[in-house]
Write a protein that binds this ligand. Structure first.
Ligand SMILES: Nc1ncnc2c1ncn2[C@@H]1O[C@H](COP(=O)(O)OP(=O)(O)O)[C@@H](O)[C@H]1O
Ligand SMILES: [Mg+2]
Length: 273
């Protein structure tokens, strides 16, 4: 390999790859790259560098884990292909350290047997994803906007290989598997939060303007890692969650036919068994 440092060093510390790319990683990016925890959620502001980290991680797996399979996935096939395009660029900038066997918009295949494949995370992801097994790395970009079905299809593929899953996103409301995974402390995930203020590449003046123009709620979601209520929803998500809770017996304080007609919700509290 025509890299700056001895190959064994990159194997131990994936973040060293950034030197060859003349990229100065933020501390959280270096940590996410070096981390081998099985399951990681990156809750990051827009433009903070989360796709870059996932592209670097997939590139590292392809180069330093011969025969490995990495899947990159985003809500649509176009977005997944875009992430793969970043990986192609990184691989070329590194000087193609391992020879190619095939390169196209959907995959990168190396002579070492390593593969990176891009998949869509939308409508019926299970159909696309199920064909793969022994996955070493699963990267899910914009994960808050991928379907619950996707993560259900992915879980078994990592079981045998002991593979890693990294799911990065900007929050998209209080719903979906990624939100649940972030909130539910009983689920074993490493959780990393990166607000825009922690990213030196995003100027404070830009953020101030965004806050003024987007409004507080939208700004908090985009730049402050915050799960905000859906503005157009008739009921807050917290109320809908409790509606599904068999423990909750008494709705009288909340739901009145008259209020529903007016599109309003009562302000009472729930009675639990
Ligand atoms: N450590 C870094 N140093 C310099 N530029 C970076 C770094 N991380 C990301 N970038 C650049 O910042 C921009 C946004 O990064 P990206 O990974 O696409 O952000 P996100 O996916 O969080 O929106 C891209 O142009 C990317 O190349
Ligand atoms: Mg991105």
């Amino acid at each position: 390999m025509a890299l700056l440092l001895p190959e064994a060093l990159y194997g131990q510390r994936p973040s060293l790859l950034a030197r060859d790319l003349e990229l100065e990683l933020d501390p959280w990016q270096a940590e996410a790259l070096n981390d081998r925890h099985g399951r990681t959620l990156l809750n990051c502001a827009r433009q903070s560098g989360k796709s870059t980290v996932m592209a670097l991680k997939a590139t590292w797996y392809a180069l330093f884990q011969p025969g490995s399979l990495s899947l990159v996935c985003a809500p649509t096939q176009d977005q997944s292909d875009e992430l793969l395009a970043v990986i192609h660029r990184l691989y070329r900038t590194l000087g193609k350290p391992v020879a190619l066997t095939a390169e196209n918009v959907r995959s990168l295949r190396l002579l070492s047997g390593s593969r990176i494949v891009s998949l869509p995370g939308d409508a019926r992801p299970a159909d696309h994803v199920r064909g793969f097994s022994n996955v070493n790395l699963m990267c899910i970009d914009e994960a808050a906007r991928t379907s619950d079905e996707l993560v259900e299809a992915v879980r078994p593929m990592l079981a045998v290989s002991g593979g890693q899953i990294v799911a990065s996103s900007t929050p998209a409301g209080k719903r979906g598997w990624w939100y649940q995974a972030w909130m539910d402390a009983s689920q074993d995930w490493r959780r990393v939060e990166v607000p825009a203020t922690a990213c030196s590449r995003i100027p404070a003046a830009f953020l101030e303007r965004e806050r003024r123009e987007l409004g507080e709620r939208h700004f908090n979601a985009e730049y402050c890692c915050s799960f905000e209520e859906n503005e157009t929803a008739l009921f807050p998500e917290s109320v809908l969650e409790q509606l599904a809770d068999p423990e909750v017996q008494d709705w009288s304080g909340w739901l009145h036919a008259d209020d529903l007609d007016k599109g309003a919700v009562g302000s009472g509290s729930f009675a639990h068994r």
